[in-house]
Design a protein around this ligand. Structure first.
Ligand code: ADP
Ligand code: MG
Length: 370
């Protein structure tokens, strides 16, 4: 579990009009599970494409087991057999059955007999719960099942490293969990991995190390704990902070209530907010915004709902600002709604402020409370 697998030195990649990688320096050791995060357009996908040499670098070198894979004449097809790559959308061969998809490369490239490759494929399918799908075609399967098979297919080549580029972002939310579980199992088996993801809770659970990419470099590199709880550099801090804040603006009595609930749910999933806290936040949103505020605000109503999750306390701080004359929404109104709000929140405070949203109610939702 030690030894250097990858060494990247002064890697630069320039496209006409964009230089996503200016100067990337990085060492990946065997057995590491690395999550790569950062704003979009910061070269995360470009970095993975460089590692398996889908594109030539503008400058710099990449060593795979101390061999320079960027050197002219390097046999890239040999490298690709050692690297498993999983993209956002499952690119299985649609004209082959599941088991043929998995067997094809081991038979063609590793020289396994069909019998041997087939037996191994069945064994691996069983491990991801898809044994009975061996003879199905990809389009007969759900997105989550297809992505699990894409992972099995890559693993069938016994790669030395697996690269994942947002492996769950094209999936229906109900299928994210099953794919993450498979990726986690692969990580636990000791396979070296680099995973680009926007799902911070997943990044945190799975990785031993997190790279934050920005400004064309690996801007911050450290244990998940450091990056998510105590980022050392300014841009990392801003990025992490922004992720943990959700703002919803309501300016009509016929606003998209379902859409708002979905946003709160997605925010919770992304940030690893405990499900009972998410439920309390949705309930509070419903009672405060729909039941207590909207019927009593002047036309047009304006409400800004802002919430921030603090993982160390497992608490969410909510701030609701609304228009109209000074008016504490918790002073009067439907008794049941008021009781629900008091039941799910603590530290409920009202303040009259300046500006057009002159009323502010703030409160905290804590895990132990709900
Ligand atoms: P990320 O994965 O972090 O969102 P990418 O690596 O996809 O970022 O892209 C980084 C930048 O490089 C973006 O500005 C993108 O438009 C540009 N880029 C990526 N691939 C190409 C390409 N093949 N040709 C031109 N520009 C590209
Ligand atoms: Mg990308």
């Amino acid at each position: 579990m030690s030894g250097t697998l990858l060494r990247i030195e002064h890697l630069k990649k320039e496209y006409p009009g964009a230089t996503p990688l200016r100067d990337v320096n990085l060492v990946v050791n065997e057995g590491e599970v690395i999550a790569i995060i950062g704003p979009s357009g910061t070269g995360k996908s470009t970095l993975l494409r460089q590692i398996n040499q889908l594109e030539r670098a503008t400058a710099g070198k990449i060593f795979f087991r101390e061999e320079d894979i960027t050197a002219p004449g390097y046999r890239v097809h040999v490298l690709r057999q050692k690297i498993g790559m999983i993209f956002q959308s499952f690119n299985l061969f649609s004209h082959l059955t599941v088991i043929e998809n998995i067997m094809a490369a081991p038979v063609a490239l590793l020289g396994l007999s069909r019998q041997e490759a087939g037996d191994r494929a069945k064994e691996m399918l069983a491990k991801v719960g898809l044994a009975e799908k061996a003879l199905s075609y990809p389009d007969e399967l759900s997105g989550g099942q297809q992505q699990r098979i894409a992972i099995v297919r890559a693993l069938a080549m016994a790669p030395e490293i697996m690269l994942f580029d947002e492996p769950t972002s094209a999936l229906d939310p109900t299928m994210v969990g099953e794919v993450e579980a498979v990726i986690r199992r692969v990580a636990e088996a000791g396979v070296t991995m680099m995973i680009v993801t926007h799902d911070m809770a997943f990044a945190r659970r799975i990785s031993s190390r997190v790279l934050y990419m920005d400004e064309g470099v690996v801007y911050e590199d450290g244990p998940a704990e450091q990056i998510f709880e105590r980022p050392q550099r300014e841009k990392t801090r801003q990025f992490i902070r922004r992720l943990k804040v959700l703002t919803i603006s309501v300016d009509s009595r016929t606003f998209d209530f379902i859409g708002c609930h979905t946003e709160i749910e997605a925010f919770g999933r992304k940030n690893g907010v405990p499900p009972e806290v998410v439920r309390a936040l949705m309930l509070l949103f419903e009672e405060l915004v729909t039941q207590l505020l909207l019927p009593r605000l002047p036309e047009p109503p304006r409400i800004d709902w802002s919430m921030e999750y603090d993982p160390s306390e497992e608490s969410a701080r909510v701030s609701v600002r609304y228009n109209g004359g000074p008016f504490d929404v918790m002073e009067s109104g439907e008794e049941l709604s008021l009781a629900i709000v008091r039941g799910c929140a603590e530290d409920i405070r009202y303040a009259a402020e300046d500006g057009d949203l002159a009323n502010r109610l703030s409160l905290t939702v804590k895990r132990h409370r709900v």
